[in-house]
Design a protein around this ligand. Structure first.
Ligand SMILES: Cc1cc2nc3c(=O)[nH]c(=O)nc-3n(C[C@H](O)[C@H](O)[C@H](O)COP(=O)(O)OP(=O)(O)OC[C@H]3O[C@@H](n4cnc5c(N)ncnc54)[C@H](O)[C@@H]3O)c2cc1C
Length: 377
C-alpha cells in the first residue's frame, strides 16, 4: 500500500491511538513522525481488554500473530455479587465462537505497536514534549485525556468528577485461572479482574468517593485502603487483595465527546484528534483502547480515499456517533454496577433470570459493539 506517499504527518503521543495510527499510515506510505514526551516507552499501565472490533484492525495491520502471542484469551465475562455468587455470565466462547476477545498488558501492546510502526517506516521521537504545532501536512492529536490539540479545536472545557475513584494493581496469577473477565458488584463499589499473558492478574477496583481533584493514571495508593474498601467482598477477592503490595489510584472524570475533531488545512496544518484526545471514556465498557484502535484505522482509510479536507470531515462523521454511543454506555454501566438496596436485589434477580433462560440474549445486546468491522466501513 503506498496511497499516502505525498503526506507528511506528525502524530503527538505514542499511546495506543498514536502508535496504531503511525502503523496504519506508514503502511500506506505516509511519512510519519511520532512525538512522545516520555523519555522511554515505559512499562506503564495495567491490563486492557481487546474486543473483536479492535482485533479486526490488528489483523488488517498484520499484527494478529504477535498480538496472540502477547495476550491471553477471554472466554467469558462473569458478574458476581458481593458474596461471590454468580449473577450473570456472558459466554463469549460459546455464543461468539468466531470472535477473538483478548486480555493484554498495556505495555506489551505499546511495545508491539511501536515495533510495527518502526518496521513500516515511522519515526518515533521520545523525550519530545510538543508545545507548538509541528510543521506537517497533518498533525494528529493522539495526546490523551489532557490533549493540547483538543482545546485548539474546542476551546477550554472542564471535565466533571464522577465521584468515583479506581485502584489498579497487578498480582501473580494463580495456576489454572479462568480465562474470564470477572466483575464483583457491591453497593457503591465494584472490582474487575482478569488474567494476563505475563503470569499476572489485573485488578481494577472502583469506589464512590466524594473527594478527588486530579485526573491522571499514576497516583500512588495504599494497598491497605483497597483491602478495607473491599473487606466485605467474598469469593476469590480477599485472597487476591491479600497479595497486592503496590497499587495506583486514579479519579474518574467524565468529559464530553469533542464537538470538533478536525480542521482542514488553511490556517496552519490540518488537525485531527484520535483516541482519548477526542473521546475520553470511563473504563466500564473496556473500550478506551479499542476505540483508539478503531479511530486510527479509519483515519488512515479516509485519508487514502479522499483529499485531506474531505477525508477529515468524513472521519469525524464516521466516528463521532459510534464513540458517543460507547461513552454513553460506559456512563450507564457506572450506575448499574453500584446499585444499592431493593433496586440492586431486583436488578440482580432480573439478570440471573435472563442469564439462565436466554443466555445468548445478553451477548446479543452488545452485537452493535462487537460486530463493527472498521476494516469494512
Ligand atoms: C500511563 C497510562 C496507563 C494507562 N493504563 C490503562 C489501563 O491500565 N487500563 C485501561 O483501560 N486504560 C489505560 N490507559 C488508558 C488507555 O490506554 C486509553 O484509554 C487508550 O489506550 C487510548 O489511548 P490514547 O493513545 O488515546 O491515549 P494515552 O494512552 O493517554 O496516550 C497519550 C500519549 O500522549 C503523550 N503525550 C501527551 N501530551 C503530550 C505532548 N504535549 N507531547 C508529546 N506527547 C504527549 C503521553 O505521554 C501518552 O504517551 C492508560 C493510559 C496511560 C497514559
Amino acid at each position: 500500500m503506498t496511497g499516502l506517499g505525498a503526506y507528511s504527518i506528525s502524530i503527538i503521543g505514542a499511546g495506543v491511538a498514536g502508535l496504531t495510527a503511525a502503523c496504519a499510515l506508514a503502511q500506506r506510505g505516509a511519512h510519519v513522525t511520532v512525538l512522545e514526551r516520555a523519555p522511554a516507552l515505559q512499562d506503564v499501565g495495567a491490563g486492557l481488554q481487546l474486543s473483536p472490533n479492535a482485533i479486526r484492525v490488528m489483523d488488517a495491520l498484520g499484527l494478529w500473530p504477535r498480538l496472540e502471542a502477547a495476550s491471553a484469551p477471554s472466554h467469558r465475562v462473569e458478574l458476581f455479587d458481593t458474596a461471590g455468587r454468580l449473577v450473570s455470565r456472558l459466554d463469549l466462547a460459546k455464543h461468539r465462537p468466531n470472535d477473538r476477545f483478548r486480555l493484554i498488558h498495556r505495555a506489551r501492546l505499546i511495545e508491539l505497536l511501536a515495533d510495527a510502526a518502526r518496521s513500516a517506516g515511522a519515526r518515533i521521537e521520545l523525550g519530545h514534549e510538543v508545545t507548538d504545532l509541528p510543521e506537517a501536512d497533518l498533525v494528529i492529536g493522539a495526546d490523551g485525556v489532557k490533549s493540547r490539540i483538543r482545546p485548539l479545536l474546542n476551546g477550554t472545557e472542564t471535565p466533571f468528577f464522577t465521584r468515583q475513584t479506581a485502584w489498579r494493581a497487578l498480582i501473580p496469577v494463580e495456576p489454572g485461572a479462568a480465562p474470564a473477565a470477572q466483575v464483583f458488584m457491591g453497593p457503591g463499589r465494584h472490582l474487575v479482574s482478569y488474567p494476563l499473558a505475563d503470569g499476572l492478574r489485573n485488578i481494577v477496583a472502583v469506589v464512590e468517593r466524594p473527594d478527588w481533584h486530579d485526573e491522571g493514571w499514576s497516583h500512588p495508593g495504599d494497598p491497605a485502603d483497597l483491602r478495607a474498601a473491599f473487606a466485605r467482598f467474598g469469593g476469590p477477592v480477599p485472597g487476591w487483595l491479600a497479595q497486592v503490595d503496590q497499587v495506583s489510584l486514579w479519579g474518574l472524570f467524565r468529559h464530553p465527546v469533542a464537538q470538533h475533531w478536525q480542521r482542514p488545512p488553511g490556517d496552519g496544518p490540518a488537525l485531527a484528534l484520535i483516541g482519548d484526545a477526542a473521546h475520553p471514556t470511563l473504563p466500564f465498557m473496556a473500550q478506551g483502547a479499542v476505540m483508539a484502535i478503531e479511530d486510527a484505522w479509519l483515519l488512515a482509510a479516509c485519508l487514502e480515499r479522499d483529499d485531506l479536507a474531505a477525508a477529515l470531515a468524513q472521519f469525524q462523521t464516521l466516528r463521532a456517533p459510534r464513540c458517543q454511543r460507547i461513552v454513553d454506555a460506559a456512563n450507564g454501566n457506572a450506575r448499574n454496577y453500584h446499585l444499592r438496596g431493593p433496586t440492586r436485589a431486583v436488578a440482580h434477580a432480573g439478570l440471573r433470570a435472563v442469564s439462565k433462560l436466554t443466555p445468548g440474549l445478553m451477548i446479543e445486546r452488545f452485537a452493535w459493539l462487537y460486530d463493527y468491522d472498521p476494516t469494512a466501513v
